[in-house]
Design a protein around this ligand. Structure first.
Ligand code: BGC
Length: 759
């Protein structure tokens, strides 16, 4: 299970830095050349800790009431990637001088290692092989290990390695792209540089948020090499010197430990302790643990497709990347770019709950619960945000954030996306249905549900007997501040019903004490939720026979997307937002997504007409779109179309199809790829009354299979052209619905379910 590149293309360097980054949910290091990128070669040197942020002011030309004044952003950390190799008087600079004879970059997804191999001939004819192996340890989240191996092919010489930990780092910026920061800023101030025995420590603090970071490094040298470490201004420099004989291969290991004050009370004390523990064990210990953890991950998560190797690689890459991106503690979640780059500044969006959460829910519910914990942690900030936005009650989750405050400076496609609060409620409900974990609802889930339900009750109003929600933005960011967005209203309806249902269940079980103390929710309020939900206005156009995206959308001017030149896409980079708002044009799936998530609201014919209508309007300028069209095309039985969209989604980053993977991978799309297979072709739905499957085989595949976890039971579903086989691997016996029929499986048994004849 590997991703490999065997060509060196300077223009692709920043892209490969993203694709070959190493991460473990806490720490992420881009795959930047150790020797530095030559001038003119695009490179974004970056190292990040999930949820480690600084705060900067948002500058507005005209600032109105309630606009956020500051913005949190992920911080580029102390750079430990710099290593320079000198062979006598020559410096190893394969990208600048001499000749690259062979090169290979590999991401090994079973071992959790990234390797860069180069065979190089120096200008004076020395031939050398340099192999650098990197690992962000899954067993010890603070630990990053680099093994640098040099092999002389045709010479003997003195060899010197200079390793530098650079504390003076800035974040990346692109003033012309709204999807990355507009201004390059330095966020870390180095407070201490301390050489220590065989390594050193750099302690820094973020300028505005005051968070502390300690980076401790240590070296294991090749035999006969001598080490000297010196403090430099805002940096540490280690020199290692010895001799390299012809045919000999030497390995230097660098350990870097990153400890931050969001997880460690005293990072400068913690980092050297973790470093010492790490160094006391052989590197093979961490390599073995890495392999074991990944073996367990693949066992519970891998989807396999027979008959398409390239696609299989893309699927593996997506799932592996999600695993390496997901926060594993209550202060962090999963950023739009994971830990692979600075796009969207390390912010968390609805991407997590709607696109990625289902994958973890069905394969690793404990990790999924951690993502929900994060939303519970920032609930106080969401309450505060609701007050700023004029609500006396409830919690409005900020559109983009790290620690809880709203970080969007453009409210029409930021704070106005109230659907996020419904998306979060949806994830809590899905968790409850898939795990039956009422205790979690008592402790956390109920509170989030009640507070988000209150928000919708407060945001809406009664008009002509129905409950309506004005002035919000749905998922489609090319239609902003609209009335009665179908997707938002559907989510609000589910949230209010879900809050009432969970509260009642907790009361019946005698488990409502914590929820009542935290929210003071009353029976009258629960009734009000249900009244509003039952009377929820869901716009429908009688003439077209489809749900309208919102009250105004279908009355806008239409747009022929095929008449727009290809270079004008994505439209957001070439058209003023108002021009876009004036047309029937969608950046991404909106109503079509509602038909997937809230499928009971429309019959199949409505869904089909709706699909056809919105497909004509949709640019898929957002990477969150193609996968939804894949799922719904499969749902509606158009397998060819489903496959086209599914492929687009599966290969988006490896093909750099959106042209911006240099800023980081697209994690929501990666989760969407899993959904495309499991919910699209596999027909998985998580419902209050149980698990449903409706697997169908796309024509170009021989078979496919995927594992699932349901209420403590583990299943594997194999799909062929004649139907599917559901195998129970462990846990309790359970009944699920397959092709609409109840199927019971007990551990160690399998049920063969034929495809219904009419399909
Ligand atoms: C999309 C949003 C998404 C964000 C982060 C935007 O382009 O329109 O739906 O949350 O990217 O991925």
């Amino acid at each position: 299970m590997r991703i490999e590149r065997t060509q060196w293309d300077p223009a692709q360097n920043a892209l490969e830095e993203s694709l070959f980054h190493t991460a473990n949910g806490y720490l992420g290091v881009r795959a930047c050349p150790e020797e530095g990128a030559p001038a003119g070669v695009p490179s974004i040197r970056g190292t990040y800790i999930n949820a480690f942020y600084d705060v900067k002011p948002i500058r507005y030309g005209e600032k109105l009431y309630g606009f956020p004044e500051t913005q949190q952003g992920i911080v580029n950390l102390t750079d430990v990637q710099n290593l320079r190799l000198f062979l006598e008087d020559e410096v190893y600079e394969p990208l600048r001088a001499g000749e690259v004879l062979a090169c290979r970059r590999t991401l090994d997804m079973e071992r959790g290692l990234v390797t860069r191999f180069i065979r190089w001939r120096s200008p004076k004819g020395r031939e050398v092989e340099v192999t650098v192996q990197r690992m962000a340890s899954l067993a010890q989240r603070e630990l990053f290990i680099m093994r640098y191996t040099v092999k002389s092919l045709n010479f003997s010489s003195r060899a010197r390695l200079i390793s530098r930990e650079e504390g003076a780092v800035t974040n990346f910026a692109d003033p012309n792209d709204p999807r990355v920061a507009g201004e390059a800023l330095q966020h870390l101030r180095v407070e201490e540089v301390r050489p220590m025995e065989s390594g050193g420590l750099i302690r820094s603090r973020t300028l505005a948020s005051g968070l502390e970071l300690a980076v401790a490094v240590g070296y294991a040298l090749p035999a006969g090499f001598a080490l000297s470490v010196e403090a430099r201004p805002a940096a540490l420099e280690a020199r290692m010197e010895g001799s390299l004989e012809q045919g000999q291969s030497l390995t230097m290991t660098k350990y870097a430990v990153f400890a931050d004050s969001r997880r460690h009370p005293d990072p400068a004390q913690a980092a050297p302790v973790i470093l010492a523990q790490a160094r006391a064990l052989p590197v093979t210990h961490y390599e073995t643990r890495q392999r074991e953890l990944l073996e367990a991950f693949w066992l519970r998560s891998r989807v396999t497709v027979r008959g398409d190797e390239a696609l299989q690689r893309s699927l593996d890459f997506s799932l592996y990347s999600l695993y390496c991106s997901a926060g594993r503690d209550a202060v962090s979640s999963l950023a739009a770019k994971g830990l692979s780059g600075e796009g969207y500044e390390g912010h968390y969006f609805w991407d997590t709950e709607i696109y990625v959460f289902p994958f973890f829910l069905m394969t690793d519910p404990a990790l999924a619960r951690g993502l929900l914990d994060y939303r519970h942690t920032i609930l106080p900030a969401a309450r505060e945000h609701a007050r700023i936005m004029g609500h006396d009650r409830g919690a409005l989750y900020p559109w983009r954030t790290i620690a809880g405050s709203e970080c969007s400076g453009y409210f029409p496609s930021g704070s106005a996306q109230y659907h996020l609060s419904g998306d979060i409620a949806h994830a809590f409900l899905q968790y409850y249905y898939a795990t039956d974990d009422l205790a979690y609802m008592a402790e956390r889930g109920g509170e989030v549900l009640v507070e988000t339900a209150r928000l919708f009750l407060d945001a809406g109003h009664w008009h002509e007997g129905s409950f309506r929600i004005g002035a919000v933005t749905g998922p489609d960011e090319y239609s902003c501040v609209v009335d009665n967005n179908f997707y938002t209203n559907a989510g609000a309806q589910e949230t209010m019903r879900g809050a009432a249902m969970i509260t009642r269940r907790l009361m019946e079980a005698g488990l409502a004490g914590r929820l009542l103390a935290a929210t003071g929710v009353t029976r009258e309020e629960l009734s009000a939720f249900l009244r509003a939900a039952d009377a929820m206005y869901l716009p429908y156009d009688e003439t077209l026979g489809i749900h309208a995206q919102d009250d105004g959308f279908l009355k806008l001017a239409t747009l022929d997307l095929s008449a727009i030149p290809q270079e004008k896409f994505p439209l957001l980079l070439h058209y003023h937002p108002l021009w876009l708002y004036r047309h029937q044009v969608c950046k991404q799936a909106d109503t079509v997504l509602a038909h997937f998530l809230y499928e009971d609201l429309a019959d199949e014919d409505t869904m089909r007409r709706s699909y056809d209508y919105y497909e004509r309007c949709t640019t898929h300028d957002s990477s969150l779109s193609a996968c939804v069209f894949a799922i719904m095309a499969a749902r509606l039985g158009d397998m060819d179309k489903a496959m086209d969209y599914f492929r687009r989604s599966a290969t988006l980053d490896l093909d750099n199809a959106h042209g911006n993977t240099r800023d980081g991978i697209h994690t929501a799309n990666m989760g969407g790829t899993w959904l495309g297979l499991v919910s699209g072709f596999g027909g998985l739905r998580v419902k209050a009354d149980g698990l449903r499957l409706h697997p169908r085989l796309p024509g170009s595949w021989d078979s496919y299979s995927f594992p699932l976890c349901w209420r403590g039971s583990r299943l594997r579903v194999h799909v062929t052209d004649v139907g599917c086989r559901v195998e129970a691997l462990g846990g309790e016996a359970l009944t699920l619905r397959v092709y609409g029929q109840p199927v019971r499986v007990a551990p160690g048994q399998a049920a063969e379910v034929p495809l219904p004849r009419e399909e």
